[in-house]
Design a binder for this molecule. Sequence first.
Ligand code: FES
Ligand code: FES
Length: 159
Amino acid sequence: MQITVTVNGEKYTRDVEPRLLLVHLLRNELGLTGTHWGCDTSNCGVCTVTLDGVPVKSCTVLAVMADGKSVGTVEGLERSDGLDPVQQGFIQCHGLQCGFCTPGMMITARALLDKNPDPSESEIREAISGQLCRCTGYENIVRSVRWAAEHPAKEGADA
Ligand code: FES
Ligand code: FES
């Protein structure tokens, strides 16, 4: 099937098998390997991207379901004026160790902050509850998201 998907603002048209998963379209066809693939059970959340602004596990979405839609991956997080505050927060607060879960965490955090710019710790924990990090106690991840909430990007610069 021929599909056209906008990823990080760029349009891609590809012929895909109907069974192809979005995570594999992104990684194998488009070379966007920042989106990870970490389980066969839809549990880990490392494959999380946004689909029309809503975080989804891209291992649970067929590529054909993204036809005509907009996908956001970690490669598109950086802004024209520098790192997204979420990326900066992960640096400032040491929100990552191995980094495997980090792209999905950051995508989920950005979607949360777009909806709720000043989330409480429990709202952050709830938002990232679909993402597993095997390395940390989530403490620094939550701090990183709070840091981003306290240091929003300047208005006017596009994401
Ligand atoms: S790869 Fe684990 S939830 Fe998608
Ligand atoms: S930083 Fe290692 S799994 Fe999250």
